[in-house]
Write a protein that binds this ligand. Structure first.
Ligand code: SF4
Ligand code: SF4
Length: 300
């Protein structure tokens, strides 16, 4: 007989053994609570040039519309907070990109989890997504009881803060679902006050067109002059609204070797770097998402 409690516990243990920092389960029913929020955000044009966010709305809102037989979503978090950070006076790269590209790494781990479930726990079909499909990862993580969405729009986990990657595995078995936890930002407004471009329009609402993370990675044209002056020495992404979050202060450092860069990373010579050297050094890095040309422009 299918023992939902035992199966859920065993899956949680396997996820932990695979190195995930936290994990939880959400049902695959529509995320109605997030529907209006997403509609309003899109109709305000806050997605800037990320037109893909407007596609597959019904799939984004409902996991079942994306994966037909989905009953549950296994949501995993992987802490990436680095112990050593780039010196302040060198070109800055967002911490999530210090190591190898998380997309492939986490997806591969999720499929290892699926194999383990099938081999050792129960028969199960599943599909893994890591920023690779219309999935509201943060909303699912909240539903799974893994944290709340902070005023900076990031998922905040009580133990690991917001320096966490999120991965999802849609499965066709029922599981013991998590309980949503209360938003614990309370009176803090650090992220709103410290965002250099005032891209956080109001709690949880980011205008991507003003966000330095978007402008240094996704945005294809020239960065508007008013934001260029606020860029500082960022060349890929922006961590400010995470760095100032009190929930990131005492969190543990990541212990995943793939997210610990070589010493050379911390003293890389950007002046005059060639495409060849860039591509060799960042072969498996999320920096490839922006590409050499865009990063060189940001540097200049
Ligand atoms: S990433 Fe930077 S620019 Fe974007 S909202 Fe956060 S602090 Fe503001
Ligand atoms: S900085 Fe403060 S307001 Fe912003 S997400 Fe963190 S706790 Fe919430």
């Amino acid at each position: 007989m299918f023992d939902i409690k035992k199966v859920s516990e065993k899956i949680k243990n396997e996820a932990k053994n695979l190195g995930f920092s936290d994990r939880g389960f959400a049902d695959a029913e529509p995320l109605f609570a997030h529907e209006k929020f997403l509609k309003d955000w899109l109709s305000s044009g806050y997605n800037a040039e990320m037109k893909f966010m407007e596609n597959y709305f019904d799939k984004r809102i409902s996991p079942k519309n994306l994966v037909e037989n989905a009953k549950s979503v296994i949501v995993v978090l992987l802490n990436y907070k680095p112990e050593k950070t780039l010196p302040k006076d060198v070109p800055q790269i967002a911490k999530y990109a210090y190591g190898i590209d998380y997309h492939y790494f986490i997806k591969q781990k999720l499929y290892q989890l699926l194999d383990k479930i099938n081999l050792e726990i129960t028969a199960c079909n599943g599909v893994a997504f890591v920023d690779s499909a219309p999935v509201l990862e943060r909303a699912l993580a909240v539903k799974a009881g893994l944290g709340w969405i902070g005023k900076n729009s990031m998922l905040i986990n009580r133990k690991f803060g917001s320096f966490c990657f999120i991965g999802t595995l849609f499965v066709d078995i029922p599981l013991e679902y998590g309980q949503e936890i209360e938003n614990q930002c309370n009176k803090c407004e650090n992220c709103l006050k410290n965002c250099p471009t005032k891209a956080i329009i109001s709690p949880k609402i980011i205008n991507a067109a003003r966000c330095l993370s978007y402008l240094t990675i996704e945005h294809r044209g020239e960065i508007p002059t008013e934001y260029k002056t606020l860029l500082g020495n960022r060349i890929f992404g922006c961590d400010t609204c995470n760095d100032v979050c009190p929930y990131n202060k005492k969190t543990p450092y990541n212990n995943t070797p793939e997210f610990m860069p070589a010493e050379e990373f911390f003293c890389l010579e950007w002046q005059g770097i060639t495409r060849g050297k860039f591509n060799k050094f960042f072969k498996n890095s999320a920096l490839q998402r922006a590409g050499f040309g865009k990063i060189q422009k940001n540097y200049l």
